[in-house]
Ligand binder design. Structure first.
Ligand SMILES: Cc1cc2nc3c(=O)[nH]c(=O)nc-3n(C[C@H](O)[C@H](O)[C@H](O)COP(=O)(O)OP(=O)(O)OC[C@H]3O[C@@H](n4cnc5c(N)ncnc54)[C@H](O)[C@@H]3O)c2cc1C
Length: 409
């Protein structure tokens, strides 16, 4: 039996604790907050999208950084294993659009409660309000932990499960990166990811709160296309947000840090330019004597109309029957390519995840043990791993945590 010290009672820390305790180890979890799972509590808008019910190859495809590293952990502990864990321990789940899995109760607190119950069932000692200050090593081997209050804890193994930098108010303040560096590991550049973007154009702010479904977003660097996807987006007081925009940042975020990118919104992706032109022509024929500004009700949400009218360059009071073919085409181009200049990523306090982290080259993918320090393991967001939205980031936390917890000899 080993004495295992785990830093962080988030998703990865608690899951690793149960896995290690089930192997018969004596497990201690140190959490700096006075509650476990503060970030878990706010996941999925309070409902916790805990995994995605797709096959393992699709899980891997959703991973944006270091996909290959996750091969072992995703195949050793799959999304079905995660679902089984929660269901067998009294928390039924349900699957929604896009394979997103949630607790049947719609309460993230049930995920936390299930983990807490399992920890206590397996006699894990959870120390709340106990921040780790330093990871102690000797001759390339883990020896223990120094806590903020000056106490020293000896141990045979330690799992760093401190999360990343995002939403620092939940306790994830990047301590794990420091522990990694201090014990001889490298940490790659860190970026807020799955994060809203700030826009240059003033009209974007006029649309604050407007959400658009079924749009196609293309992100370009000059003429070069960097990203394209369908989905839902949201205008905010500073720029753009919503699922498709957040997902785009997991691809283009590091590039956007260096300078502006153009976000092209196709408001009518199901129609070609020609089809949209025909559709507008039909609408116009039925309202020939109306003013242009009063003619777009069937085409656009009402809040969007004044902005579209202004950007189209067509005089608002112009009668429909006076609108030229070229003006109509101009309107088609606008609706198929509403362009927003993204100038910056929003900060850590709005980022769903951290892109970058402890270099996976220094960690064994089959056990999550450090290649530099014997007995030291990493799990969850602290590693240089990230995925798109849909339950995939928590699956990374569960799978890597399971592997770490169950690999300790
Ligand atoms: C708003 C929001 C919504 C999200 N929704 C989803 C979703 O629905 N589905 C999904 O898959 N992912 C979602 N995510 C991402 C997901 O929450 C993270 O990927 C996941 O929580 C990472 O787990 P972790 O255990 O590695 O880190 P965390 O959950 O961040 O846990 C780390 C823990 O370590 C503790 N800690 C840090 N430093 C110390 C220290 N020095 N000593 C002691 N304790 C310490 C922290 O207090 C914290 O409790 C969301 C993220 C956010 C911000």
């Amino acid at each position: 039996m080993s004495k295992v010290l785990i830093i962080g009672a988030g998703a990865a820390g608690m899951y690793a604790a149960v896995a290690a305790a089930r192997q018969g180890h004596q497990v201690h979890v140190y959490e700096k907050n006075d509650k476990a799972g503060r970030k878990l509590f706010i996941t999925g808008k309070g409902r916790c999208n805990l995994t995605n019910d797709c096959d393992t190859e699709e899980l891997l495809q959703a991973v944006k950084s270091n996909r290959k590293f996750l091969y072992s952990s995703f195949y050793t502990h799959t999304n079905q294993d995660v679902i089984r864990f929660f269901e067998e321990n009294g928390m039924p789940v349900k699957t929604e659009r896009g394979g997103r899995v949630f607790p049947a109760s719609d309460h993230s607190s049930d995920v936390i409660r299930t983990l807490e119950r399992q920890m206590s069932r397996w006699k894990v000692r959870l120390h709340l309000g106990a921040a780790a200050r330093e990871v102690l090593t000797e001759d390339g081997r883990l020896t223990g932990l120094l806590l903020e209050d000056g106490r020293r804890e000896t141990g045979d193994a330690c799992i760093i499960a401190t999360g990343g930098f995002s939403y620092p108010l939940t306790g994830s303040t990047g301590d794990g990166y420091r522990f990694a560096r201090e014990t001889g590991h490298s940490v790659t550049d860190l970026f807020p990811s799955l994060v809203p973007v700030e826009a240059e154009e003033k009209w974007v702010r006029d649309l604050m709160g407007l959400s658009l479904r079924n749009i196609e977003l293309t992100v370009k660097d000059g003429k070069r296309e960097l990203y394209r996807d369908f989905g839902e987006m949201l205008f905010t007081h500073f720029g753009l947000s919503g699922p498709v925009v957040l997902s785009a940042t997991s691809e283009v975020g590091p590039r956007l840090k260096k300078g502006p990118l153009s976000f092209h919104i196709d408001l009518k992706p199901a129609l070609s330019h020609e089809q949209l032109d025909q559709r507008i022509l039909r609408d116009f024929e039925e309202q020939k004597n109306r003013q242009f500004k009063n003619s777009l009700g069937r085409l656009l949400p009402s809040r969007m109309i004044p902005v579209a009218v202004e950007l189209s360059g067509i005089p608002p009071e112009k009668k429909i029957h006076d609108i030229s073919r070229e003006e109509r085409r101009q309107l088609v181009r606008l609706l198929k390519d509403l362009t927003v200049t993204a100038v910056a990523l929003r900060g850590w306090s709005e980022a769903i995840i951290t892109k970058g982290g402890v270099s996976v080259r220094e960690v064994d993918p089959a056990t999550m043990e450090s290649k530099r320090v014997k007995g030291l393991y990493f799990a969850g967001e602290v590693l240089d791993l990230d995925a798109v939205t849909g339950g995939f980031n928590l699956q990374i936390a569960w799978s890597t945590a399971f592997l770490a917890g169950s690999s300790i000899p």
